[in-house]
Design a protein. Structure first.
Length: 150
């Protein structure tokens, strides 16, 4: 993997601390995370080894007014879930049956978007210079089909 930007049509979900009783209780948060983990394992086979920057595009709630959505899209997501739990959920899902101890240098960003997605780049992505395709993705007007931008 070198100098690539990968865009995955996966709605980000934060890691959920599970308890012994989650084997039979089936809490909704745990079920959401397990579905996310399975989707990530299916679509993302590996992460860059030395460094990667992951951008979590969090969809704006459909209940918000159009004016509030337009004012929020593309701006930093400052609430829950926090970026550490999003990143932990992603890394644990990719390396579900292996050891993730080799992941040592990452950057992560959370942005509001029209649609949920995960962007993984081999290098840091400065979002003050968003390429046109990524800007359209953030606004939700771009169809995502697990693309690789080179």
């Amino acid at each position: 993997m070198s100098d690539q930007i990968r865009i995955y049509d996966i709605n980000p979900v934060a890691y959920v601390r599970q308890t012994q009783s989650d084997r039979w209780k089936k809490r909704p948060a745990v079920l959401r995370y397990r579905a996310f983990r399975d989707e990530v394992a299916h679509k993302i086979k590996e992460l860059p080894m030395d460094f990667f920057h992951v951008v979590f595009l969090i969809p704006v709630p459909p209940s918000w007014s159009q004016k509030r959505k337009l004012a929020t899209i593309g701006r930093p997501h400052l609430g829950r879930p926090d970026k550490d739990n999003l990143e932990k959920g992603l890394i644990d899902a990719v390396y579900r049956f292996g050891d993730d101890g080799h992941v040592w240098n990452t950057a992560s960003t959370k942005l509001w978007a029209g649609t949920g997605a995960i962007i993984i780049a081999d290098d840091y992505l400065p979002f003050f210079e968003i390429p046109v395709d990524l800007a359209e993705l953030v606004r939700g007007s771009w169809e995502v089909h697990d693309r690789v931008l080179v």
